[in-house]
Design a protein around this ligand. Structure first.
Ligand code: OAD
Length: 253
């Protein structure tokens, strides 16, 4: 249940915002029928992350990694933006700058109408030639053998997603860092905060002066070991479903 006082304070902060960054995780797409990764029913309960989502797994058994990616792509193809995605997009009409930094690879923010979206973990719709750096729509590839060959050079293509053990693209990180530092409000929606970079981006923005609001079914508890001590996760926590809390917040603007 959303704490009404916290909700009012969050709505007020958003009303005075001129530059909003929304940082999202799997929880924002849960109500679209896309699996989350952790917790009950999460993908990491059924699949071994070390077999399907690491750089070493991609080297060892690219076919297996590709099969998992294609499963995610199939799930995503059936998904539609939910009220949270749509509400985030409508905030663009009310706040001068609204930017989305998402860990999700499902493309649902863009489908929901958001125009400035940074996909820090890549996208399920594209494959990449590691040598040339060129991206290809998976729809245009021959998937009879996995990994699919590059239509131009014949090289094995890789999914255009970030796997564990890999570095973030430095341009993407620079952009994300600039965005959070320019923000006056950061709204974090549906992430466990278990992957350090997005969590640290939120805290970087907060340290630069942004007011940090966290919307989640449960309160985030990022591992204190990252920072050598417990860290206050947000200025305000709003407990509830993204598809309910975010549209309510947007209606108040
Ligand atoms: P997780 O699966 O770790 O966490 C999902 C979060 O969403 C949890 O905190 C849930 O409580 C919350 N949640 C679930 N349903 C919700 C709802 N309807 N409304 C609000 N909150 C809800 O997903 P992420 O934090 O996104 O990385 O995970 C980050 C990364 O871990 C992913 O991008 C992926 C994964 O391994 C890579 O593949 C590199």
């Amino acid at each position: 249940m959303v704490d009404q006082q916290n909700f009012e304070k969050a709505a007020e902060r958003l009303r005075s915002a001129s530059n909003l960054v929304v940082i999202t995780g799997a929880g924002v797409s849960a109500e679209s029928g896309v699996h989350t990764f952790r917790g009950k029913g999460g993908l990491w309960e059924e699949y071994d992350v070390g077999e399907v989502a690491t750089a070493s797994a991609l080297r060892r058994d690219p076919e297996k990694v590709w099969k998992f990616l294609l499963l995610l792509r199939e799930e995503t193809a059936k998904a539609r933006p939910n009220p949270a995605h749509i509400a985030i997009a409508t905030l663009e009409k009310k706040i001068p700058t609204v930017r989305v930094i998402t860990q999700n690879i499902d493309g649902l923010h863009q489908a929901g109408g958001s125009t400035e979206v940074l996909e820090i973990h890549g996208n399920v719709q594209t494959a990449r030639n590691e040598i040339t750096g060129k991206l290809f729509s998976i729809n245009d590839l021959d998937l009879t053998t996995l990994p699919p060959p590059c239509p131009e050079t014949g090289e094995a293509l890789r999914p255009n997603v970030l796997y564990f053990e890999e570095q973030y693209d430095s341009d993407i990180l620079t952009t994300a860092s600039t965005w959070v530092r320019q923000a006056d409000v950061i709204l974090v929606v549906g992430t466990s905060g278990m992957v350090p970079t997005p969590y640290i981006l939120a805290q970087e923005g907060r340290a630069a002066g942004a007011f940090l609001i966290d919307v989640n079914l449960v309160q985030n508890k990022a591992p204190s070991t990252w920072f050598g001590g417990a860290m206050d996760p947000a200025d305000l926590f709003l407990q509830g479903r993204a598809g309910e809390v975010v549209p309510r917040l947007a209606e108040q603007q």
